[in-house]
Structures are given as structure tokens and as C-alpha cells.
Write a protein that binds this ligand. Structure first.
Ligand code: ZN
Length: 330
């Protein structure tokens, strides 16, 4: 996290709040398997498939597991061709947002696809922006995009009326492999604004000071402190400085690698209750064998020696034990 000063942004009465861009990302790929992969590949071809279960049910979308028996469906031979038409069984009208399948409002609907014996396909129904046209029992058919990629969005929406053939693919090049592997780029991009009191805490760290504030009502001391007590909702008292020492409340050893990892495993991360505080902070524990870390161990911060420090947690490199077993650090 890069903390940047944003003087024009103020919160509370304790001075300007900091802000920082924040990005949380969980990118991963999943394989879609022989049934869902075939279903998605068929969508790219402008075709809709269902699956005939062992008990003779025909379901769309094709499930990987039988909803009744739990049996694993991994036989592409059980897939059956369906007309991309159906009947609305339930719906709710929503206003359109950027990127939605219709510009003037549409319905999210459960659609019983013709030829199926149970289950429904959830998709958008575009009535041209007219919610009065929506009703249970409405007959609809798929409208396909030409830019099909092997996804449910290859059907732009369903619409009242008879079937319309899928237009030729705009990019008929390589196929199938894309439909067998889904990239799921889950990401949130936002701006973190810690507020005036927490900003004072983060600035204090740049000066090697740990600042807390105590609630005048319940006497709980927060580190870092928000502007108001989470219990009493009253404004917290004046800043007070702690010496930074604390006690390990709980900890874990991270022993596996993951994308974006800053440290090389194995390493220990602990919840630490600083002396004089009632809340916990989370930080690394180093200068001790991982096997020797204990709950209740007293620790102290090791500060970064940066000549021009930025506000933020990175000013504490890690915490270390104040003593080692049988030895005073003195
Ligand atoms: Zn309180």
C-alpha cells in the first residue's frame, strides 16, 4: 500500500485524512470439464445443449452433478441438442447499468428451455424496455451475439418471439480451448481513506511513534484508533503514545507461496496486543525460530531506517521477541 497525502480530503477534526489506491485481486483460471466445456463450446457455435440424466430428466444448463442422486455427470454423450427457446417461469425487472445486456431496462428471468423436464436457465429477457410485456408464461428465444467466446453471454439476451439464428462468428479462429478454461479476473479497485484519526496513526509511524486513543466512556484504547468508539459511538479522547511493546495473542506460520506474496515463506504473522491497548495489530514476527514463537511472548517493533519515511505500516519492519528463551536481550 502506497499512502499518499491528499490535503483536500478531510475527515473529522483531527487534520487531513490520507488516502491510497487499493487493489484486491484474485485472478485464477478454472477448467470447465467435459460437460460444461462442451456446453460453453456449443454456445460459441450458436447452439444450446442440455443434459439427459440417468433418470431421464433433461436439464439446461447441464449440471455436473445430478441434483437428485448426486451422481457425477462427466459423459459428453449425455448432452442433447435443444432449441434455444423457452418459457419464463419467474422474473424481476431491473434498470440497466453500463455493460448490461439491454440499454433500457430488462428482466432477469428463469426460463424453462423447451425440451427440458426440469430446472431453468437464468438469463436476461429484453422486451425493448417495456416491463409490461413481462409475464410468467412469456415465450422467448435466444438472441446471439456475433462475438461469441464460449460463455453464457454469447446469448445477449432472450426476447419475445420465435428463434433467430445465431449470426456468423466475428472471430471464427481458434475455438474450444477457450471454452474449456475460464479466466476469472476477480478484482476490486478502490481508494482507501483511513480517516483523520487513523491517518494521524499512520503519520506517527513515520516518526517511529505508535499512537492510540481511549474512549472516555468505556475506556477501551484503540490502536490504531478510529475517530469514534465502535461500542459507544462517542468521540475518542486525546492521542497518547505507546512504547510499542506488546504480547503475541495468536499467530500463524505461512508456509505456502501465493501470487503477489511479499515475503518468502515460511514466515510468521501474529496478532499483537500492544501494551496499553485493548485492540490488536497484525504484523510479522522475526528474529526468532518459528518453532519458538509462543502465544504470550513479549515483542517489540523493529523500525525501518528510512531517511524520508512515508506514513504507513511499512515503517515497522517486523516485531521481535524482547527476550529469547533463557536469555535477556538487555
Ligand atoms: Zn467506548
Amino acid at each position: 500500500m502506497t499512502v499518499v497525502s491528499q490535503p483536500e480530503s478531510t475527515a473529522g477534526g483531527g487534520g487531513a485524512s490520507l488516502s491510497a489506491p487499493y487493489e484486491v485481486e484474485f485472478p485464477f483460471q478454472r477448467t470447465t470439464g467435459p460437460v460444461m466445456g462442451a456446453f460453453l463450446s456449443a454456445l460459441r457455435e450458436g447452439r444450446l445443449l442440455g443434459l439427459r440424466t440417468g433418470s431421464g430428466e433433461v436439464l439446461c444448463p447441464p449440471p455436473e452433478f445430478d441434483p437428485v442422486s448426486g451422481a457425477h455427470h462427466d459423459d459428453p454423450g449425455a448432452l442433447v441438442e435443444l432449441e434455444p427457446t423457452g418459457t419464463v417461469t419467474s422474473w424481476t425487472w431491473v434498470p440497466s447499468r453500463p455493460g448490461d445486456p439491454a440499454p433500457d431496462g430488462f428482466a432477469w428471468a428463469l426460463i424453462r428451455i423447451d425440451g427440458t423436464t426440469g430446472g431453468t436457465l437464468m438469463h436476461a429477457v429484453d422486451t425493448g424496455g417495456d416491463p409490461d410485456l413481462m409475464q410468467v408464461g412469456l415465450r422467448v428465444s435466444a438472441r446471439w451475439t456475433a462475438a461469441r467466446a464460449g460463455a453464457l453471454s454469447d446469448i445477449t439476451s432472450f426476447a419475445p418471439g420465435g428463434p433467430v439464428a445465431a449470426p456468423p462468428l466475428t472471430d471464427p479462429g481458434e475455438r474450444d480451448e477457450g471454452a474449456l478454461r475460464l479466466v476469472t479476473p476477480l478484482a476490486m479497485h478502490y481508494t482507501y481513506v483511513p480517516g483523520a484519526s487513523r491517518s494521524a496513526f499512520l503519520r506517527g509511524l513515520a516518526d517511529k511513534r505508535i499512537i492510540g486513543r481511549t474512549c472516555p466512556s468505556c475506556e477501551q484504547t484503540y490502536v490504531p484508533a478510529p475517530d469514534f468508539c465502535a461500542r459507544c459511538l462517542c468521540e475518542l479522547g486525546a492521542e497518547k503514545q505507546l512504547d510499542g511493546r506488546g504480547t503475541v495473542v495468536t499467530y500463524c506460520v505461512v508456509s505456502f507461496p501465493f501470487p503477489g506474496q511479499t515475503f518468502t515463506p515460511p514466515y510468521a504473522v501474529a496478532h499483537i496486543r500492544l501494551t496499553g491497548a485493548d485492540t490488536r495489530v497484525m504484523h510479522l514476527i522475526q528474529e526468532v525460530e518459528l518453532a519458538d514463537i509462543e502465544i504470550g511472548m513479549e515483542v517489540e517493533p523493529v523500525w525501518e531506517t528510512n531517511q524520508d519515511p512515508e506514513p504507513g505500516w511499512m515503517n515497522i519492519r517486523y516485531f521481535r521477541p524482547t527476550t529469547t528463551p533463557g536469555t535477556s536481550r538487555a
